[in-house]
Ligand binder design. Structure first.
Ligand code: NAP
Length: 521
């Protein structure tokens, strides 16, 4: 077992350097290895047991839309109930397993993931359409979550100090909650799925893991890693299935103690509302951790490095085709520099390469599926009504779901393009007369996830620190790419409960504290 007493301090996992030919070769080999497994059928895992159902979820390659990555058994209400009973029973032993043992399993899982790093990333390239660097970042983040939360749990295992007095010893400790339902999105199919799962589990809870139906295979592979790392059977149960059926059933279940959800605003709100209702046999108020959508803004001041602004906008808007909750989908530029920033952004956008993510020279690939393709491209007509398309505005779904990076100029701050989460490669520009107005526009959505300010004016930077109402504010850089343990992540308002994944408070959200006071005789 890993010696948790002598752990080195946490540092983030380095990203792979793909300018090194050796790394390119290794990634290509990993792609070959994953391609050789296409079409495999994967079971559910309940209490360590493989369960195969007749009903299947089919996972397709979004860049080659008829290519089947694999099929996965599909949980229904009966199997969800079976998984709940297993998780409920396993909680007894797992919650009493010493924190050191639980943390050691996470650290071992991190080690195994490092060994299988390119294989996990290559699978995301094929299952989620992630370009190499994006997939590599996703795997690195998953490793970070395991390394970081293991250490956080160790730091919390003896509680926190409170005052004692003569004749009285007081202690403050943390206890596990119970069975948690983890519901994850497809856009960080490894990092968010694994991060939310291990945070719950290392805190001594048992987990029902319902991954997104578009990316179920990467989570099956993660289950294999957890098993190899020595996680006891029944601690994490893998039950992919339709959100509307399995999700609702488990959210409503009286034995569900908490729900850790990452996904869209509408589904998050539905979960929050349903979880608030007390069902028969329920003896607690369910806790909901919900991280939801965003409509993230980069503000460009008139005193600013405009090349930095342009590269930050393009990278934040079009990395992984804008399918990040943190993606820049709106730019508010000072009137003095608006035309110049726009021109630079258009020039950089026109240079972007788009195509199959298995070819690493492509910066962008497809969007996730047909529904996303239809939704995103429906905004082209809206863009023509609400502004001027100055780059992109085209798409091609002949072989995969490719949407070209699109820049829309001269959009009103209250237009749909400026307010609605599109979740694709479309960025809208609006003009502000001064910095006060820029911040007011930046704050005028229901969301509050990330935001960036590009400015050389210290007073304006200070103003943004105070008034830009977002959970993650970035100064003189892009608004994506939060790193575990460095930039804890989570938003305000309709972006969620601001749980700050990858931060020092996250584990405690999965626990309840206990005060113990002993009279000394
Ligand atoms: P989504 O449609 O809300 O789905 C997220 C998860 O919820 C999936 O596993 C989905 O299952 C499940 N689900 C659907 N209906 C449900 C129901 N009634 N009850 C319980 N679960 C249900 O979101 P997505 O398209 O996967 O992800 C994109 C969204 O996530 C964007 O809005 C993005 O901003 C947000 N996001 C936020 C963060 C953050 O940290 N704030 C991070 C990443 C993504 P099925 O797949 O089976 O439908």
């Amino acid at each position: 077992m890993i010696d948790v007493k002598n752990l080195p301090a946490y540092v983030t996992e380095a990203l792979t350097d793909f300018s090194d030919e050796q790394n390119v070769r290794a990634y290509k080999e990993a792609l070959e290895k994953v391609n050789a497994t296409l079409g495999t059928d994967y079971p559910l895992i309940i209490g360590g047991e493989r369960v195969t159902t007749e009903a299947k979820i089919t996972s397709y390659n979004p860049a080659k839309k008829t290519e089947v990555v694999g099929t996965v058994s599909k949980a229904n209400v009966e199997l969800a109930e079976r998984a709940m009973q297993v998780a409920d029973a396993t909680f007894e032993s797992w919650s009493k397993t010493p924190a050191e043992e639980r943390a050691a399993i996470l650290l071992r899982a991190a080690e195994i993931t490092k060994e299988r790093r390119h294989e996990m990333s290559a699978l995301m390239t094929i299952e989620a359409g992630k370009p190499w660097a994006e997939a590599d970042g996703d795997t690195a983040e998953a490793i970070d979550f395991m390394e970081y939360y293991a250490r956080q749990m160790l730091a919390l295992k003896d509680g926190k100090p409170v005052n004692s007095r003569d004749g009285e010893k007081n202690e403050f400790e943390y206890r596990s909650l119970g069975v948690g339902v983890v519901i994850s999105p497809w856009n960080f199919p490894f990092a968010i799925m694994a991060g939310t799962t291990v945070a719950a589990a290392v805190a001594g809870n048992t987990v029902l893991l319902k991954p997104a139906s578009t990316t179920p295979i990467i989570s099956y592979k993660f289950m294999e890693i957890l098993e190899e790392a020595g996680l006891p059977k029944g601690v994490v149960n893998y039950i992919p299935g339709p959100g509307s059926e399995v999700g609702d059933y488990l959210v409503d279940h009286p034995r569900t103690r908490f729900i850790s959800f990452t996904g869209s605003r509408d589904v998050g709100l539905r979960i929050n509302e349903r979880a608030a209702k007390i069902n028969e046999g329920q003896i607690w108020i369910k806790r909901v951790i919900a991280e939801m959508g965003g409509k993230d803004t980069i503000v460009v001041d008139n005193e600013a490095d405009l090349d930095l602004a342009a590269t930050s906008i393009v990278k934040s808007a079009f990395g992984f085709s804008g399918q990040k909750c943190s993606a820049c989908s709106r730019v508010v530029a000072h009137a003095d520099v608006y035309d110049e920033v726009l021109e630079k952004v258009v020039a950089l956008t026109n240079e972007l390469t788009i195509g199959d993510p298995q070819d690493h020279t492509n910066f962008m690939a497809s969007v996730i599926d047909e529904a996303a393709f239809k939704k995103i491209t429906s905004y082209f007509d809206i863009a023509k009504e609400e502004g001027r398309i100055v780059a992109g505005g085209t798409a091609d779904d002949a072989t995969g779901y490719f949407v070209h990076p699109t820049v829309v100029a001269d959009v009103s701050p209250t237009a749909r393009l400026m307010q609605e989460e599109i979740f694709g490669p479309i960025v809208a520009f609006t003009k502000a007369e001064n910095f006060d107005e820029a911040i007011a526009i930046a704050n005028n959505t229901v969301y509050g996830l990330t935001g960036a300010v590009i400015s050389d004016n210290e007073a304006h930077i200070e103003q943004a620190r105070q008034d830009f109402f977002v959970g993650n504010l970035y100064i003189n850089r892009g608004c994506t790419g939060a790193i575990v343990g460095y930039q804890p992540f989570g938003g305000y308002n309709m972006s969620g409960t601001c749980s700050k994944a990858g931060g020092p408070d996250f584990i405690t959200l999965h626990m309840q504290s206990k005060s113990i006071s002993t009279a000394l005789r």
